[in-house]
Design a protein around this ligand. Structure first.
Ligand SMILES: Cc1cc2nc3c(=O)[nH]c(=O)nc-3n(C[C@H](O)[C@H](O)[C@H](O)COP(=O)(O)O)c2cc1C
Length: 365
């Protein structure tokens, strides 16, 4: 008997908890329709904005690999390598809102049982930008999007009032949420950057201002590698590069730690887990730390022959989750969601060989 993979998350019913993250796999109507045909439970669209977008005059994404024989990380093609990470410096969607709207409407009409979450981004420098958030939100909800994801985490913005720059500012987070929640009545997810030392405070501000979920993580700010022979960066334009975002397996452990921090601070709130998911084991770990929904990007992009939407991957994820639920006698992921929470403790709470360690203090506090 097939196992029921349906999951309720932020009040929405997902046919399965696996969705494509905001990125190239969700950048067009064609790809999203293909993803739904393959079985994904939902998509977060590539981020839609109103400001001008022009990408660099070179590759936007590279895939880094490593190997057992010579375990250095490089995009260079070598035999017997395995995936390490993606690195990208791609901006948000360059498709205008006016083109997105009919596409979103058609996608939702074609697949009414799949969840379409529109990722949107505007600035934070005054009322005009707050109006831009409202305009984007109302337009996407108006054509049937089930929820919104507010991008407060893009790592590639020069503008200081956009993307990852604002994720440290609880006042700005609150202001944007107030603007969006006053304009639309759908669940609002907020995507935060892992590059903030105050991600738990940012999440707290977002939840308090009406966010239904935190989506975490966006990519980690990082640089591509320099080749010692050619002295070229593995991706560059005219010899120049800038900080971009690392995704894929290499960020899994760090992403889990951020998700765990938020989940332990706000155990009754919802989290959509992202970062390095390639199969069921990684997805399981996010759920164990409290995530009720899983987003995937790099692994779907890397899959060969599927047009970059993870056709085989979603089948594997569904099969492996189904098999696990059946074998463990669980009726849904809710039965093991958050099971790791209480086992993450302060360093000094982990047993020592003697009894008198006080976490670096001379005496018990
Ligand atoms: C090429 C590329 C483009 C991306 N564009 C966006 C974007 O427009 N908006 C966004 O919120 N995240 C964007 N992301 C981040 C992904 O949604 C995701 O958070 C990140 O890649 C981590 O997931 P992964 O380890 O499964 O790749 C992008 C990632 C990549 C690799």
């Amino acid at each position: 008997m097939p196992v029921d993979l349906t999951t309720r998350f932020t009040g929405l019913d997902f046919v399965n908890p696996f969705i494509l993250a905001s990125a190239p796999p969700t950048e067009s109507k064609r790809k999203i329709l293909k993803a739904f045909e393959a079985g994904w439970g939902g998509v977060v669209t590539k981020t839609i904005g109103l400001h001008p977008v022009e990408n660099v005059a070179g590759p936007k994404t590279i895939y880094q690999r490593t190997s057992d024989v010579k375990p250095y990380v490089s995009r260079m093609k070598r035999p017997d390598t395995v995936s390490h990470s993606s690195w990208n410096w791609e901006l948000i969607s360059d498709q205008p809102l006016e083109q997105w709207l009919p596409d979103l409407e058609e996608i939702k009409t074609t697949y009414p049982d799949r969840m379409v979450i529109a990722s949107i981004m505007a600035g934070a420098g005054g009322e005009v930008e707050m109006d831009n958030w409202r305009k984007l939100a109302q337009a996407c909800v108006g054509v049937g999007c089930d929820a919104l994801e507010l991008n407060m985490s893009c790592p590639h913005m020069d503008r200081k009032d956009m993307g990852a720059h604002i994720a440290n500012d609880e006042e700005i987070i609150t202001g944007i949420l107030q603007a969006v929640t006053s304009a639309v009545d759908v669940p609002i997810w907020v995507k935060l950057t892992p590059a903030s030392s105050s991600v738990v405070d940012g999440a707290g501000a977002a939840y308090a201002a009406g966010a239904s979920a935190i989506s975490l993580c966006n990519t980690f700010p990082s640089l591509p590698l320099l080749d010692p022979e050619t002295l070229k960066f593995e991706v560059e334009v005219d010899g120049l590069v800038t900080s971009g975002g690392l995704g894929g397996l290499a960020i899994l452990n760090q992403a889990l730690q951020r998700v765990s921090d938020i989940s332990r601070a706000f155990p009754d709130q919802q989290i959509s887990g992202i970062g390095g998911i390639r199969g069921f084991r990684e997805a399981f770990n996010f759920i164990a730390h409290g995530a009720g929904n899983l987003q995937i990007c790099t692994a779907a992009m890397e899959e060969k022959g599927s047009g970059g939407v993870g056709v085989k991957l979603i089948q594997e994820l569904k099969d492996d989750l189904g098999e696990y639920l059946r074998r463990k006698g669980h009726s849904s992921i809710e039965e093991f969601r958050g099971i790791a929470r209480e086992r993450i403790v302060e360093h000094s709470k982990v047993r020592r060989k003697s009894d008198d360690y006080n976490g670096g203090y001379a005496e018990s506090a």
